[in-house]
Design a protein around this ligand. Structure first.
Ligand SMILES: [Fe+2]
Length: 386
């Protein structure tokens, strides 16, 4: 039994029921563990009944008619069954008998303790060191365990490499399709870009691109980006990555006021060109309802004009400058030279990306993947869909 299985076994024990009764019109259940008893509304229980007549076991779609449940539904008999693994309820004013897995009640108990927080490890240049998270292309394509390992690394660190891939557009696309499907945007689906500076008059260089996230002008910025360098003949051009969540947590600790501004001010962004005019707004540091980090959205080039008034704008620029300074501080950044056959897959809601200046010929390809498709695949692979 590995460590994960041991923890799972402990969790399973915690979720077992010992008794249940009706208290003040609610159903109260007691756990084998020391967790406090949980109460559920009878209407909620009937609406979430797990019996075959009320829930499709394959799709988890509701089959009970919520609006036919009596408003005053009440239990006639409540019993713990299957050694504490289930709760059965016979209703006083509904013909059906309901059943509920203990695990379901545990995860739905107040406070939703069953919700998994994302597995994240924040990093900077020193902690990431020289060994980047990486899985071989063969492992990813050859087994679900390999794919799960790769996607779990992306979830934990905000990026991971696939090594030994076919250095072609088709090879990159095959990896994208292993995860989900190619997201279509104004730039198309799979993209390919060739920069040959040898014939331009800018001293044969291509300028550096500072750390940013893509698609700040979209209501749903691309969740993840995958790219591969198919050919490089020149010097410079290393890709750079910054853990935006690490920078955000640093700001939360060291400058709470700047953090408040960066997480509350919605910054508009726009994209204009070729018959397209996209516009959306996001805080630079997005938070979920619990105050946890959910999304970084930052591209200073695409910021659209906005004005909150003189004093708030001064506060905003102070916070923006701090954010800009930290993401451009080499202590937070890693750089990697992408070689043909190595594919970079990263979380565009967390990891800022950029590129050093380069000379020569560079040929890249890549694609976006939706965040929800990435999470869907992770759930399926973990068998945690329920
Ligand atoms: Fe970009």
């Amino acid at each position: 039994m590995n460590q994960h299985q041991t923890l799972q076994a402990v969790d399973d024990q915690q979720m077992l029921l010992t008794s249940a009764e009706s208290v003040d019109g609610q159903v109260q259940v007691h756990w084998k563990s020391a967790a406090p008893p949980a109460r559920f509304s009878p209407f909620w229980l009937r609406d979430h009944c797990h019996a075959r007549h009320s829930l499709n076991p394959d799709t988890l779609q509701r089959e009970v008619d919520t609006f036919s449940i009596p408003q005053n539904i009440a239990p006639a008999r409540i019993e713990v069954a299957d050694g504490g693994r289930a709760l059965n309820i016979v209703w006083a004013n509904d013909d059906r008998v309901s059943t509920f897995p203990a695990e379901f009640l545990w995860t739905m108990a107040e406070g939703n303790r069953g919700a998994r927080s994302p597995r994240r490890t924040l990093w900077d240049r020193d902690s990431m060191a020289k060994t980047f998270p990486s899985v071989s292309h063969q492992e990813i394509m050859g087994s679900d365990a390999g794919l799960l390992r790769w996607l779990s690394l992306v979830e934990e660190f905000g990026f991971a490499l696939a090594t030994g891939a076919e250095a072609s557009m088709a090879g990159t696309e095959a990896l994208v399709k292993r995860v989900g499907y190619v997201r279509e945007t104004i730039f198309g689906g799979m993209w390919e870009f060739s920069a040959n500076m040898a014939f331009k008059d800018t001293a044969y260089t291509s300028v550096a691109i500072g750390p940013h996230t893509d698609g700040t002008y979209s209501n749903d910025p691309p969740g993840l980006q995958m790219f591969q360098c198919l050919k490089f003949d020149g010097s410079g051009g290393e890709s750079t990555l910054v853990d935006g969540f690490n920078v955000a947590e640093t700001i939360r600790k060291t400058d709470p006021h700047a953090f408040k501004v960066l997480s509350e001010v919605k910054v508009p962004a726009h994209y204009l060109g070729d018959g397209v005019h996209l516009r959306a707004e996001h805080p630079i540091i997005g938070l979920d309802d619990n105050g946890d980090l959910s999304q970084i959205a930052y591209n200073n080039y695409d910021r659209a004009p906005f004005n909150l008034g003189a004093a708030p704008m001064s506060e905003f620029y102070r916070a923006l400058t701090l954010f800009h300074r930290l993401i451009n501080d080499s202590a937070y950044e890693i750089s990697l030279r992408l070689v043909p056959g190595t594919v970079l897959f990263f979380d565009n809601w967390r990891t800022l990306h950029g590129r050093y200046a380069f000379k020569g010929h560079r040929h890249m390809c890549g694609a976006y993947v939706n965040m929800e498709d990435f999470h869907s695949k992770l759930r399926v692979l973990r068998g945690a869909a329920r």
